[in-house]
Design a protein around this ligand. Structure first.
Ligand code: SAM
Length: 1007
């Protein structure tokens, strides 16, 4: 324990996160981390886990809860940014390389070079910089930093060399703070300790001291919905004691792996890697002994390609089901176009499959159409083949024998596989066939490989028989030992698919004999690292692993969970031993967490009694599109019977009934039970940050209810963008994260709705002013970008509203905790909904864009406000789609997408007047008969050089009550002026037209 700090000196101090958080910068950093893909620190443990919360975001939350606010918010912010490695001096280290002294002297103005550098020989260089090094006389000069110049001073000088760009551009080019974690913070401790009264030289020391100042001991953090462990890992890495739990054992395993494998000390980590290599070597000898992977003149197999084969009911022929005949599509100089050719074999009434390499683009194009086809969206897929001149087509549903059963649902004639099955039986509808093999051979240098695809020959088929025989002999034994699943697939939204489409009823049916054999042999080892490796392997090597004929330089096997469904496939890739072990023993980064401190991982429901903690940072499954509880059974099946001893106490079942999911009554009840439990386990000065994705308008009321009923009170809320473009493309709804900061609600305060209205208004106003003010202070001090953008301020408005509301236990005589859990009647607007709507409207009123009078703003409809507000943001360079989504929600715009010309995640844009053309004028549009729409229409006409008299005539027609109500005309002038100013840079032609319109209307004589 440190003697430098006084226990409990910060016991009741407000936390930094309750007052400020640099959300813009944080969003940029979080985005960078999300875009790192497989380079993310914990992803290598299991890329199948989607929706990881960025480590940098988690760190900000933990620090934000522990740090106090002082009466100098600008300095608080500066210190926080130093701790987050967001300051200039940290960027010196985050930059790809640091500038050399000669480079510094060439660029910076330095009055006395010798204040920083040692120059030899002396007397050659001038006293001050910049230096022109092209001078031949300077060639002999050697410059180095003076030994007595401390790291901070060096960094300060080097920071002046950084390009003066926006924060986003800077982050784009820099490394993530965690990539340079060991050195990046070296310069900050003097300033940090001075500000906080601590004496730390590292994160663990600082965290311990802050913990002592708040709680009397090192802070203990809990995450009871820990998922892949992103929050507990970051907490442990910076020095907290952690308690992590999740209902799902696979989540617990990933969290354990984060803390004890990625987070292991170097020697333990290496030891684990060695054990894993030993397992691989043992299995390798068994594979060699069996002779199931041939070596032919230095070539070894990499991928075996299998497809479903079915008998055509019309021709009686066996037909391989291949959606495309393209095996490999050239993308690199090494790869070649390879296609499969179906050669009719009338004698056997089937097709031989040959492969052709180096085919022309035209042939490749033709081969894209295989034997499984569809005539477009919504059309049923069918099997297609041709014998002689005759085409044969049969719907896949017909092949399966789909029919309506007596309960009115669809059934089919597929045989349900039994526990002992692992290949189709001879009379099954769907058969399986090996149709090609990818071979590899090291090139001369031994560094790269040559690839080749070959058709299957008899010796390959003979080896298939060996594999099947071996599996047949061992399956039962493996299942009994727990090396292969023996678990039934329980019916569910995702899990019904393999049952319905293939008749697979046990989890091991999702794997072919080769895949079972390899996984079973590797799964004999029951160490944690092996359990994690097996999970990774089965995700990458199953009958659901798609063969991607383009990626990976000529084709690769994609993972089952590259989307979140259990989609069955007509053809798939099966990895060889070598390719499988690369996945099984995938290299994970080492990032040791603070050693010797407490770390628990437990598989329990968040509704169960927890251990005590000081801080809880949780990311509950709010409105989660991912059905973790179902899809993770895919992995549980492999591990549950005989997991590593470290995982043996966990419940190896998905416990679907206990999983919190959806957004309905059960969800709310589960959430309240969990958060109530957590609230009881924290001290009076404990804090919680609840993360949730910002999706629908109803969420605020939901969260208010949950917080209320759990005995918590909101003290702040922030919005951080965590979206990536690919997430949007996938139709994934995860866009940004709201951080709801809560404390225990104390006392039993009462109020009335009327008083609340005033209080909310004051609080929202105050909050908006405080953040805008902080923007100004920060600007004046040291930066040229806003700390908070309008969207953040708006979010703070919501937060202010929740803060007021959740402070009270009773409103108008109603007990709010009871009100919060009252079942909802569909379509009903509850008391809480009404309060939230009021609060949101109040917050929006505070955000009138510059250039529009408040009295005019109040008259505009939501769609007009949306357009004007977003144009204001666009003019200031903002382009992220979540802004559009958030403001659309705020202004209650139903269909904001029809106002956008681009919906890209980071390049979104409103439609211009010309883009709108004549659209959005009719009754169905939210801009119908609005002054803004009329003004945009007139601008469009002026750009198209329509006569000005005609433009005015149309404007008068398009604006209702143009003659009767003078304010309509004033508003048109104001909007034209606003558009002229905001479009100056964006669309100069429309800006000019807007100026003309403004003058035309101003000077127009009526009557
Ligand atoms: C959104 S995820 C957490 C993701 C995590 N923060 C990450 O970064 O990977 C929600 C988690 O809640 C878990 N969960 C659902 N119901 C639960 C319950 N009743 N008790 C505990 N955990 C539960 C799910 O298994 C899932 O792992």
């Amino acid at each position: 324990m440190s003697s430098a700090v006084t226990p409990f000196s910060l016991k009741d101090a407000p936390a930094l996160i309750e007052r400020l958080l640099p959300v813009q910068k944080l969003s940029t950093e979080a985005y960078k981390e999300q875009m790192a893909g497989s380079g993310k620190t914990l992803t290598a443990l299991g890329s199948y886990w989607k929706g990881r919360k960025p480590l940098i975001l988690n760190k900000a939350c933990i620090l934000g809860c522990l740090l106090p606010t002082t009466d100098n918010p600008a300095r608080d912010l500066e210190i926080f940014e130093k701790l987050m490695a967001m300051d200039d001096e940290s960027f010196v280290v985050r930059w790809k390389s640091r500038p050399k002294p000669r480079e510094i002297l060439a660029k910076l103005s330095i009055q006395n070079i010798e204040d920083y550098f040692q120059v030899e020989p002396t007397g050659v260089l001038p006293a001050s910089a910049p230096i022109d090094w092209s001078n031949k006389a300077y060639e002999v000069v050697k410059v180095k930093w003076r030994d007595d110049i401390c790291e901070l001073e060096r960094r300060r000088l080097e920071a002046q060399m950084l390009p003066k760009t926006s924060y986003r551009e800077r982050v784009d080019k820099a490394q993530r703070p965690e990539e340079v974690m060991e050195t990046v913070h070296e310069h900050i401790w003097g300033a940090v300790n001075m500000h906080l009264g601590t004496s730390a030289k590292s994160f663990p020391e600082l965290i311990e001291q802050l913990g002592i100042m708040r709680y009397g001991h090192r802070p203990r953090l809990a995450d009871t919905f820990c998922g892949s462990g992103q929050i507990p890992f970051e907490a442990a890495r910076i020095g907290c004691d952690v308690f992590a739990s999740d209902l799902n054992p696979v989540a617990c395993m990933l969290t354990w792996g984060a803390l004890n494998i990625v987070g292991a000390q170097k020697n333990t980590f290496q030891e684990m890697e060695r054990t894993q290599q030993q397992v691989i070597e043992d299995v390798h000898s068994q594979i060699e002994h069996l002779g199931i992977e041939a070596t032919k003149e230095g070539w070894i197999p990499k991928v075996f390609l299998y497809c479903v084969e079915v008998r055509c009911p019309e021709s009686g022929w066996m037909v391989p089901l291949l959606p495309s005949l393209v095996i490999s599509k050239q993308r690199s100089s090494q790869a070649r176009n390879v296609i499969a050719e179906l050669i009719p074999n009338p004698e056997m009434m089937r097709y031989d499959i040959d492969l052709r390499s180096n085919v022309s683009d035209e042939e490749l194009q033709k081969a894209m159409h295989g034997t499984v086809r569809s005539d477009g969206r919504g059309q049923e897929t069918y099997m297609f083949h041709k014998i002689g001149a005759r085409d044969y087509q049969t719907k896949i549903s017909t092949l399966r024998g789909d029919f309506r059963n007596s309960e009115g649902t669809t059934s089919n004639k597929l045989r349900m596989w039994e526990k002992s099955d692992f290949v189709p039986r001879p009379d099954d509808i769907f058969q399986e066939r090996l149709y090609a093999i990818q071979w590899i051979r090291p090139n001369g240098s031994g560094r790269n490989y040559s690839y080749e695809f070959r058709a299957v020959d008899q010796s390959d088929l003979d080896r298939e028989i060996i594999v099947c025989d071996f599996v047949r002999e061992n399956l039962l034994k493996w299942q009994e030992f727990g090396a292969v699943p023996d678990m039934r697939i329980e019916s569910g939204y995702n899990t019904d698919q393999p049952i319905r489409e293939r008749g697979w009823t046990y989890w091991h049916h999702l794997f072919n004999p080769r895949q079972l054999l390899l996984a079973a042999l590797l799964n004999q080892d029951k160490s944690p690292i092996s359990n994690i490796g097996i999970s990774r392997l089965v995700n990458a090597n199953s009958r659901l692993s798609r063969w991607d004929n383009v990626s990976g330089g000529g084709g690769c096997v994609q993972a089952v969970f590259d989307n979140q469904a259990l989609n069955t496939l007509f053809n798939y890739g099966c990895r060889s031993f070598r390719s499988s072990t690369r996945i099984y023993a995938k290299k994970v980064n080492s990032s040791p967490v603070f050693s010797g401190k407490q770390r628990f991982v437990i598989s329990s429901s968040a509704t169960d009694r927890n251990v005590g903690f000081d801080l809880a940072i949780t990311d509950p499954p709010y409105g989660d599109a991912v059905k973790y509880e179902e899809i993770l059974e895919f992995f549980i099946a492999w591990l549950r019977k005989n997991p590593a001893k470290e995982f043996a106490d966990w419940v190896w079942d998905s416990r679907r009934a206990l999983a919190i999911k959806g957004e309905d009554e059960d969800f709310r009840r589960g959430m309240v039970a969990s958060y109530k439990q957590m609230t009881e386990c924290m001290p009076d000065n404990g804090m919680q940050v609840i993360m949730f994705t910002h999706q629908s308008g109803g969420i605020w009321a939901d969260m208010a209810n949950i917080v209320w009923a759990s005995g918590l009170q909101v003290t702040a809320a922030w919005y951080v963008v965590t979206e990536t473009e690919s997430a949007l493309r996938d139709g994934n709804n995860v866009k940004g994260t709201v951080l709801l900061v809560c404390r225990k609600r104390k006392g039993h305060h009462k109020t009335t709705r009327d008083d609340l209205a005033w209080e909310i208004q004051e609080e929202v106003d105050l909050q908006v002013r405080e953040l805008t003010g902080l923007n100004q202070i920060a600007k004046g001090l040291y930066r040229d970008e806003n700390v908070f953008e309008d969207a953040d301020i708006q979010m703070a408005g919501y937060a202010a509203a929740l803060r007021v509301l959740t402070r009270y236990a009773s409103i108008d005589g109603r007990d709010m905790a009871a009100e919060a859990i009252r079942p909802r009647v569909q379509g009903e607007t509850t008391f809480v909904d009404g309060l939230i709507t009021f609060a949101v409207d109040t917050a929006n009123q505070c955000l009138v864009p510059h250039g529009i009078q408040k009295s005019h703003w109040e008259k505009l409809n939501g769609a007009e406000r949306f357009y004007l507000k977003l144009l204001d943001l666009e003019a200031r360079g903002s382009k992220t789609i979540d802004n559009y989504q958030n403001f659309a929600k705020a202004f209650k715009v139903r269909d904001f997408q029809s106002f956008l010309a681009s919906k890209k995640a980071n390049a979104a844009r409103l439609k211009s007047a010309v883009d709108f053309g004549r659209t959005e004028m009719s009754e169905g549009s939210e801009l119908h008969q609005s002054v803004l729409r009329a003004v945009l229409y007139a601008i469009m006409e002026l750009v198209k050089e329509v006569d000005s008299a005609e433009v005015l005539a149309h404007l008068m027609l398009n604006i209702p009550d143009y003659y009767g109500n003078m304010t309509q005309r004033d508003l048109a002038v104001e909007l034209a002026d606003y558009l002229a100013k905001h479009l100056e840079q964006l669309r100069p032609d429309e800006a000019a037209a807007a100026r003309i319109l403004r003058e035309l209307v101003k000077n127009q004589r009526l009557g």
